[in-house]
Design a protein around this ligand. Structure first.
Ligand code: PMP
Length: 407
């Protein structure tokens, strides 16, 4: 039978059919397949800490498993005690004063990102998206009917957007600015002055800010994470903060995040979640409660390991001819430009793009990196330094040896 219901063009909706495969997961899958086939692969693709979740958090979850009250549905927006603890933790860590009613517990920061856009955007609303950006943002914006508007930053500017750039991209349809500092994929941390200037600009033009603070505790050297609605309190009524336990407590697999916003936005987003997924797993929520109520010693330990690896990686990358990398000040990524290699020949192939080069690097020397195409800026690589020191040096050395052959 043919007809509108069965023709290939109609099988998948345009909305979902238009979603690109996550390029970061695709690289990871290819690297894992090679590993499974016995190849010696060093993976710089992963976006997660290589540490186990702290034992006290795991113990709290184990206990929660045998409590029958956790075997039942709980409020869709999150366990009341977790929402209260998140409000307290937010005040403690960033100084943002919010009530439990302003918190929605989500299935990871990822669901918070999607729900924030779904709650704020109508079809055609534009979202200013500083690039390089985390690969999920444009897809989440489009799924919600919005239009991502890239605002491209470069290594010379330390990958920090300016108010002038944002102003040049603003139109009457601009509704939201996406703000991610410390940044995935660049590791850039916006200065307190920049955070304040951007926040003031947003208030002046009535633009909402979705501020992704998931890497708030992973900052190095003199860098400091400043929460935009704290720097600019007038922004609080038009700001949604996204956060979660994944990166701070090495809990990526537990799937607990949250969004914080004005009560009406949180109520609307909770309604959405009540039909989409209901409550996040109670056991995972109890684990998150233990995490956010506890101290920050685990992230302090991870931070010193990441800091050491960051220095090693950025030094080794900058020694490679054709590669330049500003020093990342946060998160756990380096974002070098490989533009100096484009057009050269390597192992008999002309290097035409960072995507092609990333594939060549994986095939030739078993090193997995994510090409800048995944983050809206071709000509770059993203390398995570959330892996052991030895593997890190081995992988970057192999990459350096290969790239040095380019002529
Ligand atoms: N925001 C950013 C910038 C991220 O890098 C990630 C994870 N890669 C997330 C949000 C989501 O994290 P999760 O869903 O695991 O909590």
């Amino acid at each position: 039978m043919t007809g509108p219901q069965t023709s290939p063009a109609r099988r998948i909706s345009a909305r979902v059919g238009g979603i690109a495969e996550s390029a970061t997961l695709a690289v990871d899958a290819k690297a894992k397949a090679k590993k499974a086939a016995g190849e010696d692969v060093v993976g710089f693709g992963a976006g997660e800490p290589d540490f186990p979740t702290p034992p006290a958090i795991v113990a709290a979850a184990e206990k929660a498993c045998s409590d029958p009250k956790n075997h039942r549905y709980t409020p869709a927006g999150g366990l009341p005690e977790l929402k209260a603890a998140i409000a307290e933790k937010t005040k403690r860590d960033s100084g943002f004063d919010v009530s439990a009613a302003q918190v929605l517990v989500t299935n990871g920061g990822k669901q918070a990102v999607y729900e924030a856009f779904a709650t704020l955007l109508d079809p055609g609303d534009e979202v200013l998206l500083p690039a390089p950006y985390w690969t999920t943002y444009p897809e989440a914006i489009r799924l919600a009917g919005g239009v991502p508007v890239d605002v491209v930053t470069t290594e010379d500017a330390g990958y920090c957007v300016t108010v002038e750039q944002l102003e040049a991209a603003r139109t009457p349809r601009t509704k939201v600015l996406l703000w991610c500092s410390p940044s995935n994929p660049t590791g850039a941390v916006a200065s307190p002055e920049l955070v304040e200037a951007v926040g003031r600009w947003a208030v002046e033009h009535g633009i909402w800010v979705v501020a992704d603070e998931i890497y708030e505790h992973l900052v190095y050297g003199d860098a400091e994470h400043v929460s935009m609605p704290v720097a600019v309190p007038e922004l609080a009524d038009t700001c949604v903060v996204v956060n979660g336990v994944a990166k701070t407590y090495a809990m990526t697999g537990w799937r607990v995040g949250w969004l914080i916003g004005p009560a009406d936005v949180v109520k609307a987003a909770t309604n959405l979640q009540s039909h989409a997924t209901s409550n996040v797993s109670n056991v995972a929520q109890v684990a998150a409660l233990e995490a956010v109520r506890g101290d920050l010693s685990a992230v302090a330990d991870m931070r010193s390991a990441f800091d050491r690896r960051r220095r090693t990686m950025v030094r080794m990358l900058n020694e490679i001819p054709g590669v330049t990398c500003p020093e990342p000040e946060g998160a756990f990524y380096c974002y070098p430009s490989v533009k100096g290699l484009l057009g050269k020949t390597l192992r008999g192939k002309v290097i035409e793009s960072s995507a092609q080069l990333a594939e060549l690097v994986l095939d030739e020397v078993g090193v997995a990196v994510v090409p800048g195409e995944a983050f809206g800026t071709p000509g770059y690589f993203r390398l995570s330094y959330a892996l052991g020191d030895e593997d890190l040096e081995k992988g970057v050395s192999r990459l350096a040896a290969l790239l040095a052959e380019a002529r």
